[in-house]
Design a protein around this ligand. Structure first.
Ligand code: ADP
Ligand code: MG
Length: 297
């Protein structure tokens, strides 16, 4: 049985709940995430994605509903300092702007900063920093100044700092949004590696549909509620619903839908990656050619 990692039931959050301008940002999210899953989280601006992320390590406290993360009830009253540290070690966050996350003037000091603050003792800290730098292919840059690195390298330093805390889960909140395409690919490869090699549960909040297509599971948040939840193929099959709320599907999926609308018969459900779309289209073309051959022959 896979181990439950996040359990949210009717989870709600309202900013300024007591104030005159109370605005509900999450309006009842019910969701189970299992250990080792790789999720993409989609939704347009203001839909509640970052709010959801911040609830997961108590940067914000739920206003209603249930939330359990890594076996810890986050709606329990009086959560102690030690428990909170444990939670922050378990659930790491990587944000959009790498420059805002780098605090030290030397790469390895930066990687050490988070785990040191969370109480990792000294001889162990050294090992963890070295291992994290190695995992992120940043060992040659250990003594470099972070501000001179590329965007993708900076994000990898930020991720190394999280990895050194040995988290069970990492939430990437639009962590590739400010990167150029090669930086984005670098970071995306890292996500897959963290998931496959370290078994870390990944939540990748992203606007890039091709990033979502790489995940094992996609959830769509719209206006504080869960609009869709399934494999990339299942979620992107709901193209009309996504379009209604202003979201796109990957370009290869869009092409497939348009060919179908134009009357080209392309059966198959594997519609979310360029490779699988190409396979479906190639198979359809081949069948067509064979049919044509029979008719002519
Ligand atoms: P997303 O990450 O999907 O763009 P957010 O979770 O940041 O969405 O925001 C959800 C809603 O909560 C939006 O309506 C936003 O304006 C509001 N919101 C976000 N942060 C704050 C805040 N600090 N104070 C008040 N409202 C906020
Ligand atoms: Mg956001």
């Amino acid at each position: 049985m896979p181990e439950l990692f996040i359990h949210a039931e009717d989870l709600c959050f309202t900013y300024d709940a007591e104030g005159p301008d109370a605005q509900p940002a999450l309006k009842g999210i019910t969701l189970d995430v299992y250990k080792g899953e790789y999720l993409a989280v989609l939704g347009h601006n203001g839909s509640g994605k970052s709010t959801f992320a911040k609830l997961l390590n108590l940067l914000l406290e739920p206003t209603a509903g249930k939330l359990t993360v890594a076996g810890m009830d986050l709606t329990a009253p009086n959560i102690g300092e030690e428990e909170l540290l444990q939670l922050r070690r378990n659930v790491g966050m990587v944000f959009q702007n790498p420059d805002n996350q780098l605090v030290a003037t030397i790469v390895e000091e930066d990687v050490a900063f988070g785990p040191e603050n969370l109480g990792i003792p000294h001889p162990e800290l050294r090992t963890r920093v070295d291992e994290a730098l190695q995992a992120l292919d940043m060992t040659p840059y250990a003594q470099h100044e972070p501000h001179r690195l590329s965007g993708g390298q900076k994000q990898r330093v930020a991720i190394a700092g999280i990895l050194a805390m040995m988290p069970k889960c990492i939430v990437f909140d639009e962590a590739t949004a400010m990167l150029d395409p090669s930086g984005r690919r670098e970071v995306l490869r890292t996500l897959r590696m963290l998931n496959r090699e370290f078994g870390i549960t990944i939540l990748n909040i992203t606007h890039y549909m091709n990033e979502a297509a790489e995940a094992d599971r996609v959830i769509v948040i719209n206006d504080g509620t869960l609009l869709a939840d399934g494999s990339p193929d299942e979620v992107f099959a709901q193209r009309a619903i996504l379009h209604e709320v202003g979201l796109e599907v990957p370009q290869c999926t869009e092409l497939l839908f348009r060919l179908r609308e134009a009357g080209v018969e392309i059966p198959g459900e594997r519609i979310s990656s360029a490779e699988s779309c190409a396979d479906l289209i190639a198979a359809a073309l081949k069948r067509r050619a064979e049919k044509g051959g029979e008719q002519n022959g």
